[in-house]
Design a protein around this ligand. Structure first.
Ligand SMILES: NC(=O)c1ccc[n+]([C@@H]2O[C@H](COP(=O)([O-])OP(=O)(O)OC[C@H]3O[C@@H](n4cnc5c(N)ncnc54)[C@H](OP(=O)(O)O)[C@@H]3O)[C@@H](O)[C@H]2O)c1
Length: 392
């Protein structure tokens, strides 16, 4: 039975470790490594099965290579930060091990994420007979699989796609982010971008918004257009798509705080020289904000993330909505994390399960929509993220 090495003991790493531990027939031995080993030990202490822990700085290739050579896993699950994607892929290539992550590479000094850097690893992974699965979280991840499932079962052509991410939960804090604050704020303050008629259209950050009526009692909420990484891969892999957009909800309090922080320069990612040291304002802000992990016991309410798809079937127009609803308190009861980490960590475990059981196999670098959606959709229902589909 395969061994797995999880790198990154943050909010998502905690959920992935819990969920892998729940599936002993696939994940026989689990090793959790991170920059701060104490965080790995704290997570291991929550789980009845033995979880081995290790310390690694995933920015340092030799450290990664010696850890992977010592553990000899069948798969590395990268749930550290996007900055570490390429060094961990390099280490997997050097040691002959498969790779999975939940967020695409982003250079530290520039708030720009793109699959291009990781797609460049396709040929080296093919040559080595290895598989890399990119973006196996919820969005990206499940949203890509939702689109592949819609195309496989309900559409001949997909023309319009709106991915809509709603966090209708409340943690009671004036300002906090539900996952790593640095990554979250870099994403939210970036210019908006969507795909239309073969070209990318740019907007000012969060400048486009509208109301969307969410199902199952969540009700109407304002959604804001943002650029998100799955748009890049879906517009490449779904032939004929005419428009693709990504939307997210934000509370008024979050937006007001963010505007002030941005106006005073606290979201800058370039170093500022202050009293003899260089300080990156956004990294300093991260140190002041609540640790997303601490929000678990405080957060109430639900998330609703789904895809609204328009296209044709048998020559007739069709409109379809597929979504998951996840309850923050139920997630906390199960794995001691709120639903944002839960909805990312469960698909990471399922992606790993797909690779280790051979349900998803191939040589090279893959986005989720390139693989058969059926076993993944089935696993979502069985591992805590059931989905609902409706025709509108
Ligand atoms: N696809 C999706 O739906 C989705 C949604 C949310 C998040 N994500 C992604 O999930 C990943 C994890 O997010 P998170 O919220 O769990 O973040 P987090 O709570 O900040 O955790 C990140 C962890 O990675 C560790 N780490 C950072 N740099 C490292 C390094 N150089 N070497 C080893 N470990 C390192 C950190 O260790 P220290 O604590 O010691 O710094 C921390 O434990 C991110 O890439 C995020 O973008 C994806």
């Amino acid at each position: 039975m395969p061994d797995v090495l999880i790198i990154g003991a943050g909010g998502v790493g905690q959920v992935v470790t819990h969920k892998c531990a729940q599936v002993p027939e696939v994940f026989e031995r689990i090793v959790l490594a991170s920059r701060t080993e104490e965080k790995c030990r704290r997570i291991a202490g929550q789980i009845r099965r033995p979880i081995e822990t290790a310390r690694v700085d995933a920015d340092k290739l030799p450290e990664l290579v010696s850890l992977i050579e010592r553990v000899r896993p069948a798969l590395v699950i990268n749930v550290a930060l996007p900055y570490q994607d390429l060094s961990i892929m390099d280490a997997c290539l050097q040691t002959g091990v498969d790779y999975l992550d939940t967020a695409n590479y982003e250079p530290r000094e520039e708030a720009r994420f793109s699959y291009s850097w990781q797609w460049d690893y396709d040929q080296p992974f093919r040559n080595a007979g290895l598989m890399a699965l990119l973006g196996s979280g919820f969005d990206p991840g499940v949203t890509n699989v939702f689109v592949a499932y819609a195309l496989k079962h309900h559409f001949d052509t997909i023309e319009e796609l709106d991915i809509i991410d709603c966090n209708a939960g409340d943690h009671g804090q004036p300002f906090a982010t539900n996952f790593n604050p640095e990554i979250n704020i870099r994403e939210v303050t970036a210019r908006g971008r969507y795909f239309e008629n073969g070209a990318w259209v740019e907007t000012d950050p969060l400048a486009v918004s509208r109301e969307f009526d969410f199902p199952e009692g969540i009700g109407p909420r304002r959604i804001y257009l943002m650029y998100h990484e799955e748009l890049e891969s879906l517009t490449r892999h779904i032939a004929g798509i005419r428009r693709a957009r990504f939307w997210m909800t934000f509370s008024d309090s979050y937006l007001t705080h963010l505007e002030v922080l941005r106006n005073v320069g606290m979201t800058r990612i370039d170093p500022v020289h202050y009293q003899g040291v260089d300080i990156v304002p956004l990294q300093f802000l991260k140190a002041l904000l609540p640790d997303p992990g601490s929000l678990g016991p405080l957060t109430k309410g639900r998330t609703c993330i789904g895809c609204l798809v328009s296209g044709t079937r048998d020559g007739r127009p069709r409109r379809y909505y597929v979504y998951n609803i996840c309850d923050h308190e139920a997630a906390y009861r199960e794995v001691q994390s709120q639903a944002i980490s839960y909805t990312t960590g469960v698909p990471a475990m399922i992606g790993a399960k797909m690779m280790l059981t051979g349900a998803w196999r191939g040589n090279g670098v893959f986005n989720m929509e390139q693989l058969d959606p059926d076993p993944f959709m089935d696993a979502l229902n069985r591992h805590g993220l059931p989905w609902t589909e409706t025709f509108l």
